[in-house]
Design a protein around this ligand. Structure first.
Ligand code: IPM
Ligand code: MN
Length: 369
């Protein structure tokens, strides 16, 4: 190892992290500001510091430059230790341009093959699903994040005419299915040792059989993990009727997209749903983002709850190895949420910034235990 001043010695040098920040559109910048505020606050109590590299990507950038993500910016983002994304999307941009050109491109370019979406109902947080309790709602959806119907393969022929035809092809490889499956079983070993695999094997017989073959192979290596296979339609019912049955849910890309909106609803809604796009091999940065979108209808009013963004920042801390700090941020959010009069909108009992301030204040001077 080459000697560099200060390196290796147990000095008071803070651990320093380069974070690429994409605030994006709509409420994205508002909730991102609060997540950054909370990261700064947690750093006050620990020997760490953040260097934020803010990138002006999103609808305005696309409308001005005709490109969602220039190669040079992708390369710049690729040098960061992690990526934080607020939300992108704007009615002025046709559907798919920013979603595919920015979000999906980053997920795929940086091989973020695990979409990690925890659904935990914190005590004192209201859920519209009144039968759910903190004891019965503590699960993680692991969504395969690189293929399935999201690959974008297909064509639209004879557009607008009576002979219009569209194909949209789904791709499933043994390679990608096996790595998400392994991640699910490994995660289950650290939790309640239950894996539910979700697909639609009775109709999607080719891809479904591939998933079942991979499941058979991987479960053999984890005899202590209980396995459940559930069709995606039935899953929507079971999640409402018996959520306590689920711990780790492993599924393909589109099913995971749909199911994770349902699990977000169980845990109180999109106001509190966090997510991580993980590259477990760490060959490129992972990306952390709230599950919610840019909500242009409420942008600029201080009505967005930053909890989902702050909880996503907590996942980022854990990924960076700052496990203790990540836990403190999560606990601070869990303490603030029950003090709100509503989870989002004008009746929250505080603005977006007020909620960020309340979380940050708990980190700088935690309440007496
Ligand atoms: C999500 C979103 C995205 C997805 C879009 C915006 C690309 O719905 O993160 O769940 O479909 O994955
Ligand atoms: Mn979605």
């Amino acid at each position: 190892m080459t000697a560099r001043a200060g390196q290796g010695a147990a000095t008071d040098e803070p651990r320093s992290y380069d974070i690429a920040v994409i605030p994006g559109d709509g409420i994205g910048p508002e909730v991102t500001a609060e997540a950054m505020k909370v990261l700064e606050a947690v750093a006050v109590m620990s020997p760490m510091e953040f260097r934020f590299d803010e990138l002006p990507l999103g609808a305005d950038f696309y409308l001005r430059h005709g490109e969602a993500l220039p190669d040079s910016m992708e390369a710049r983002i690729g040098r960061a230790d992690a990526i934080f994304l607020g939300a992108v999307g704007d009615p002025a941009v046709p559907p798919g341009v920013l979603e595919r050109g920015l979000i999906l491109r980053l997920r795929r370019s940086f091989d973020q093959y695990v979409n990690y979406r925890p659904a935990k109902l914190y005590p004192g947080v209201p859920s519209v699903v009144t039968t759910v309790t903190p004891q019965t709602c503590d699960m993680v959806v692991l969504r395969e994040n690189t293929e399935g119907l999201y690959v974008g393969s297909g064509a639209y022929l004879n557009r607008g005419g009576p002979g219009a035809v569209a194909t949209q092809n789904s791709v499933s490889t043994g390679y990608a299915t096996e790595r998400i499956m392994r991640h699910g079983f490994d995660l289950a070993e650290t939790r309640r040792r239950r894996v539910a695999v979700v697909h639609k094997t009775n109709i999607l017989v080719h891809a479904g059989q591939l998933w079942l073959d991979v499941l058979e192979r991987v479960r053999g290596e984890h005899p202590d993990v209980a396995v459940d296979y559930v069709h995606v339609d039935a899953m929507c019912q079971h999640l409402l009727l018996d959520p306590g049955r689920f711990d780790v849910i492993v599924t393909e890309n589109l099913f995971g997209d749909i199911i994770s909106d349902l699990t977000a609803t169980l845990q109180g809604g999109l106001a509190v749903a966090a997510s991580a796009n993980l590259n477990p091999a760490r060959s490129a940065p992972s990306m952390f983002e709230p599950v919610h979108g840019s909500a242009p209808d409420i942008a600029g009013r201080g009505w967005a709850n930053p909890a989902a963004a702050i909880l996503s920042a907590a996942l980022m801390l854990v990924h960076l190895g700052e496990v203790d700090a990540g836990g403190r941020v999560e606990r601070a959010v869990a303490e603030v949420l029950p003090t709100l009069s509503a989870l989002a909108g004008p009746g929250m009992g505080g603005s977006t910034a007020d909620i960020g301030d309340a979380v940050a204040a708990r980190l700088v001077s935690p309440p007496p235990a």
